[in-house]
Design a protein around this ligand. Structure first.
Ligand code: TRP
Length: 336
């Protein structure tokens, strides 16, 4: 059997944080190195455009995300690493599949429904106020990303499962009308990938403004760690490790033996200040090397650009073959 194809997109919305690393980047990079699968990773800059209308920030985000993945050791020989907008076949496929996508299916997308619900909540007359076509048809573009490379497996966070199921529906519909063309993709949610707690104890997320960016300078990293919310137990009083954002973050990075030791320290009444200092030292030691690499890469956009260009050339070897097949299937074809 030929290799399975694994594909995932990274919306370029600013420098990644510890939660992104643990939940998505680390498992993807590990998979990229194994070589058991053919992996595609891409910067979803068209998806980022939906929410970001500042050109400078859009471009900067792309640079930061690419530099992060490269600094953390993504193997760009084994995996295909590219920018969505460098593969024009994706935009073409987006249009073609939108002609087999029921509008009703898009009406059910969680993100769109949430935007409508927000409008209703504040009493807007128009439930679609401020909602663009791009937000509405976001899942179609995501479908094009996935079907373009006939991905079997799509690693995503829980919030994206519905989109992958829509991709599957759309692929099925296309195949039904035009004959077997696309692989039916499946979402994979890594049950072990930790959902990291943020500074306030809620899930670490940009929308909660509670993140720890991956490559903050050591001093800033320490400052942020000191801000992690803890309870008011004094040094000497036993702390419950399982109810601690601090321990949660430590656990996502440390080895099993280190975790056991840290757990014991908290149970034995270590002070929060000391525990935070220990977490800081641990993270700082682990992040120092990729952070240096990141800082070097971010000053060398030309290098990153060339890596992405090579990636898109490889991606287009696949996408141009697939789009030719799709065009022929639907009858977008030369007259003679
Ligand atoms: N929408 C995804 C997210 O926000 C990113 C994404 C874009 C994606 N295209 C994709 C993920 C294709 C998987 C497959 O996380």
């Amino acid at each position: 059997m030929s290799k399975q194809t694994v594909l995932t997109g990274i919306t370029t919305t600013g420098a990644p944080h510890l939660g992104n690393y643990v939940g998505a980047i680390r498992p993807a990079i590990q998979a990229s190195r194994s070589g058991d699968v053919q992996s595609f990773y891409f910067l979803a800059d068209y998806h980022a455009l939906v929410k970001n209308q500042e050109p400078g920030r859009l471009r900067q985000s792309c640079l930061e995300v690419a530099a992060t993945w490269l600094a953390l050791g993504l193997d760009t020989d084994k995996s295909v690493f590219y920018r969505q907008s460098d593969v024009p076949e994706i935009a073409e496929l987006n249009w073609i599949i939108s002609s087999v996508t029921a509008k009703g299916l898009m009406n059910r997308a969680h993100a769109y429904k949430a935007a409508v619900a927000d409008n209703e909540e504040v009493g807007n007359r128009d439930p679609d106020k401020g909602i663009t076509m791009a937000l509405f048809s976001y899942p179609v573009l995501m479908t094009a990303d996935i079907l373009m490379f006939n991905a079997h497996k799509v690693p995503v966070g829980k919030d994206q499962i519905q989109h992958v199921e829509m991709a599957r529906d759309i692929a099925q519909r296309f195949n039904h009308i035009y004959g077997e063309t696309f692989v039916l993709p499946e979402a994979v949610v890594d049950a072990r990938a930790a959902v990291l707690s943020g500074l306030d104890g809620r899930k670490m997320s940009k929308s909660y403004n509670n993140t720890i960016p991956l490559f903050e300078p050591a001093k800033k990293l320490r400052k942020l760690i000191m801000k992690i919310k803890t309870n008011s137990l004094e040094p000497g009083e036993p702390k419950d490790p399982d109810d601690s954002a601090l321990f949660d973050i430590y656990k996502a990075f440390a080895s099993e033996a280190e975790v056991v030791a840290f757990r014991q320290k908290l149970l034995d009444g270590a002070g929060w200040g000391d525990a935070k200092q220990e977490l800081f030292e641990y993270l700082d030691a682990h992040l120092a090397a990729p952070r240096d690499e990141y800082n070097r890469l971010i000053l060398d956009p030309a290098h990153i650009e060339s890596v992405l260009k090579k990636g898109s050339a490889r991606a287009r070897e696949y996408s141009s073959a697939v789009i030719a097949e799709v065009r022929a299937a639907v009858g977008i074809a030369p007259l003679a």
